[in-house]
Design a protein around this ligand. Structure first.
Ligand code: NAP
Length: 298
């Protein structure tokens, strides 16, 4: 008997993301069921309800997807789901809150590829400034890049305090160092742009965070990458489909949101397909997303 591939999609928010629903069905799941307003404490019960309804050998045909808009909560929910398994009853789990794990993975992988192709360098020791760092995509990009050895600075658009708190959380949770800086003033922002070799713009959709004039002031810029696909661009003058093309006015190359989105799409779809095709239960977080993004960014 061929069993149906079922995906239970959990979010602490009021709505499950239509983007993720479409992605899961297009990847091949037979049914996707959203559960909204799910608290951390409810994960164990939902997972155990799902695992015991099918025989252990059907575990790999049942999946849990964890959404939301908070990377740390999503990782806590993933861990709770993992701990809820009762061997030999196990099911697959994939966390990607607000698409952030796959988007950040794609962004960092594209930057890594461009560093290698254009500058014959790796991320290790690269000075990287992240704008929009209090968002879930910026946060996750910071963790991935720092784990690869980049010297990451989180630039706060409303002062130092929130990015400093996030840097502390990154240190205690992931045991990597990231710096925090105040980018709320013109001078503060320019200082960070001037010091950076790589700029990641991960700010809210439709918000320009770096102007042409500010970009030109970035003395040693190698790469500027922007994930915002909604006009105006996060980095003024950076075309949405730029794929490591030279930046006209500033030095270095630019990577736009559609080039990043192309890899992100393949990674999210690819991880859903791996859940479906695997004969054993699998668990995917941002590191798995980054491993696949590296393959897709080649
Ligand atoms: N290309 C792709 O494939 C792809 C896929 C997914 C997402 N995205 C894009 O990735 C970006 C980040 O997503 P997200 O979910 O992390 O977004 P988000 O939560 O809406 O916001 C990201 C960041 O933008 C900051 N921000 C808000 N208003 C600002 C302003 N006026 N000036 C400077 N910064 C401001 C936020 O600060 P606060 O904390 O103060 O709000 C936060 O740090 C979005 O543009 C999203 O559309 C792209």
């Amino acid at each position: 008997m061929t069993r149906k591939h079922i995906l239970h999609m959990l979010t602490p928010l009021r709505h499950m993301s239509p983007f993720d629903v479409n992605m899961a069905l297009d990847a091949g799941f037979d049914a996707v069921i959203p559960y909204t307003g799910v608290s951390l404490g409810e994960v164990t019960g939902l997972v155990q309800d799902a695992i015991f309804s099918r025989p252990p050998d059907a575990g790999a045909d049942t999946g849990i997807f964890i959404a939301g808009k908070d990377a740390l909560l999503a990782l806590d929910m993933l861990e709770a789901a993992r701990k809820a398994m009762v061997p030999p009853f196990r099911i697959s789990v994939f966390a990607d809150p607000a698409g952030s794990f796959t988007t950040a993975a794609a962004m960092v992988a594209k930057v890594e590829k461009a560093m290698d192709t254009h500058f014959q360098r790796s991320l290790r020791g690269t000075r990287m400034a992240i704008f929009g760092a209090t968002g879930v995509v910026g946060f996750c990009a910071a963790v991935i890049a720092a784990r690869e050895g980049a010297e990451v600075t989180l630039v706060g658009h409303d002062g130092l305090r929130r990015v400093k708190d996030i840097a502390d959380a990154v240190r205690s949770r992931f045991e990597v160092e990231v710096a925090a800086a105040d980018g709320s003033t013109e001078a503060g922002k320019r200082a960070q742009l001037d010091a950076a070799e790589v700029i990641l713009s991960a700010a809210k959709a439709g918000v320009q965070v770096i102007s042409q004039a500010q970009l030109q002031a970035a003395g040693g810029l190698l790469i500027a990458a922007d994930v915002n696909a909604v006009p105006p661009a996060g980095v003024e003058g950076l075309p949405v489909n730029a794929d490591a093309e030279p930046l006209k006015e500033a030095g270095g190359v630019g990577i736009g949101p559609l080039a990043i989105g192309n890899v992100k799409y393949k990674v999210e779809s690819g991880l859903f397909k791996r859940m479906i095709e695997s004969t054993k239960a699998v668990t995917f977080d941002f590191q798995d997303a980054f491993s696949l993004a590296r393959e897709k960014a080649r």
